[in-house]
Design a protein around this ligand. Structure first.
Ligand code: FAD
Length: 484
């Protein structure tokens, strides 16, 4: 659903040595022992980068190379190899915790480098705790956008209502602006930077095939689009809302024939536009009849983040990027205010990301050795303000359960699902009337929305309003997991 012209190239240094993937040729020549490992990535030693040419890997020269023996003379068991699809938020966060728990993650990302797009995302509740436990809270705070709250304006720019950051905080809740906000691309960047020296990343590749149980000792044999083959103890599918890997492993529809993605009747596009002198520290939300909205948000990168959204059945997924831009131009042609400025930059915007908003609902999070994580598993939609926190908490819990159940991926996946499902289900329960109430179809509806916002931010109503709109970010107790 997105395209990017600002993608950074894959890093070429400073990474741990790639864990020799096993090519099909290698398999026939010299089957790799399940007990031996090519290289202990724990050292984090910088080695030449993994080949990402798209050609099959050379035969794995690993047979017979065992870990150094422990004091009893026994070979150290190899760290379980976990292949992760997707280097957004969930994938790198999982890789960080997996390394911490003694697992060996390899991350495969379809894009040519870490993706920089998106607006501010919220870090709330347990998600914020996970970031703090990773030692990244200060970095996130430093990178915060400093958004002060949301201003509702009309097309002339006149202020109609406002939700300041503090409006909900004093009642223990969080409104549309969370206290800890960061550009989605910067968060993904921080997580990547925290892992790139110790985790192998393979950019520009995808998982092409997963053969469960076809590897040694029942491991999954996973083939990448570039031809490399891994024998994985677990496969973590963290490649976002439209996950093709999820469709590959679980099929595109559930047992009742329903697609995995449940549309919420809203489509949106994010792009980065030039900052203008009038752009301040507030998000400015302009409603237009027909269920359309234009939102401008501050960033800390010298630009402004724009959002165009409109109510209606899914219509973006089926279009190519040019088709999506054409549709947005058509839909917003008669909207004044900030719309012409955003439309004028549609073609030149460095990052353009568009999606039909929906929720991913899975009747199970795992199949065989594969397990879903983040938006691919339980996308709650951007309306919930919970997608990033869910991804971070899921990453923490999944890595912890894998470490707590060595050699038993099925038990680990089952515990992960028991812990995460109630949290994810609650995050998917949206405030009543969402997304229609925030995107009225008529001028009268827009006036009513502004009146309701004014009322909801004045005591004594905020306590109730805070309960209604604050995401259930703390509705999980983070377990403590064993360190290796
Ligand atoms: C460019 C972009 C901009 C976004 N902007 C916003 C925003 O402004 N507000 C908001 O609330 N949410 C936004 N999101 C979604 C938000 O990041 C997620 O809801 C949340 O952080 C959970 O993250 P995730 O890692 O599960 O998924 P994502 O952050 O979506 O990451 C998925 C990753 O998987 C990669 N990928 C996709 N298909 C494959 C494949 N077949 N093989 C390998 N890799 C693949 C993608 O390139 C991406 O890097 C955005 C996502 C993206 C990708």
């Amino acid at each position: 659903m997105s395209e990017s012209r600002a993608e950074r190239p894959a890093p070429v240094s400073g990474r741990a040595e790639p864990l020799d993937p096993v090519s099909r040729r290698a398999e026939t020549q010299d089957p790799v022992s399940g007990r031996v490992e090519p290289q202990d990535p724990v050292s984090g030693r910088a080695e030449p980068p993994a080949p990402v040419s798209g050609r099959a890997e050379p035969p794995a020269p690993v047979s017979g190379r065992a870990e150094p023996p422990d004091q009893g003379g026994r070979a150290k068991p190899p760290a379980p190899l976990v292949l992760v699809s997707g280097a957004g938020v969930a994938g790198p966060a999982f890789a960080w915790w997996a390394r911490r728990r003694g697992l060996r993650p390899v991350v495969v990302e379809a894009a040519a480098g870490p993706r920089d797009g998106g607006q501010s995302v919220d870090l709330r509740g347990a998600g914020r705790t996970v970031i703090a436990r990773m030692g990244l809270e200060d970095a996130v705070r430093r990178e915060g956008t400093g958004e002060r709250g949301v201003l509702f304006t009309d097309a002339t720019g006149r202020r109609r209502a406002a939700i300041p950051l503090e409006a909900f905080a004093r009642f223990g809740g969080e409104g549309p602006t969370a206290e800890l906000e960061i550009l989605r691309g910067r968060l993904a960047g921080l997580l990547y930077e925290a892992t790139r020296d110790t985790v192998e990343y393979r950019f520009g590749e995808r998982i092409a095939e997963v053969e469960d149980g076809a590897g040694r000792d029942g491991r999954a044999r996973v083939r990448l689009t570039g031809g490399a083959v891994y024998e994985a103890d677990a496969v973590v599918i963290a490649d976002g809302i439209g996950s093709a890997t999820r469709d590959l492993v679980f099929g595109p529809r559930d047992a009742a024939g329903r697609p995995r993605l449940h549309p919420l009747g809203l489509s949106l596009a994010y792009l980065t536009v030039e900052r203008r002198p009038g752009d301040g520290p507030w998000a400015v939300w302009q409603n237009a009849p027909g269920g359309r909205s234009v939102v401008l948000r501050p960033d800390n990168a010298g630009t402004t983040r724009a959002l165009l959204s409109f109510l209606g059945p899914p219509c973006l997924r089926e279009r190519d990027p040019a088709g999506r831009r054409a549709l947005l131009r058509e839909r917003f042609a008669d909207v004044g205010g900030a719309a012409p400025r955003v439309l004028a930059e549609l073609d030149s915007a460095a990052e353009f990301y568009a999606e039909d908003v929906g929720q991913v609902r899975m009747d199970t999070y795992s199949r065989g050795r594969s397990v879903l994580l983040g938006d691919a598993a339980y996308c709650p939609s951007p309306i919930s303000g919970m997608g990033t926190s869910l991804a971070l908490v899921g990453a923490y819990v999944l890595a912890g359960e894998l470490a707590a159940h060595p050699g038993d991926h099925a038990a680990a996946f089952a515990r992960y699902e028991v812990r995460m499902r109630p949290y994810a289900d609650r995050a998917q329960r949206l405030p009543p009337g969402a997304p229609r109430l925030a995107n009225p179809r008529t001028r009268t509806g827009i006036r009513l929305l502004h009146t309701a916002v004014r009322a909801a931010t004045r005591p004594p109503l905020p306590a109730l309003a805070a309960r209604l709109v604050s995401p259930p970010a703390d509705a999980i107790t983070l377990p403590d997991y064993p360190e290796p």
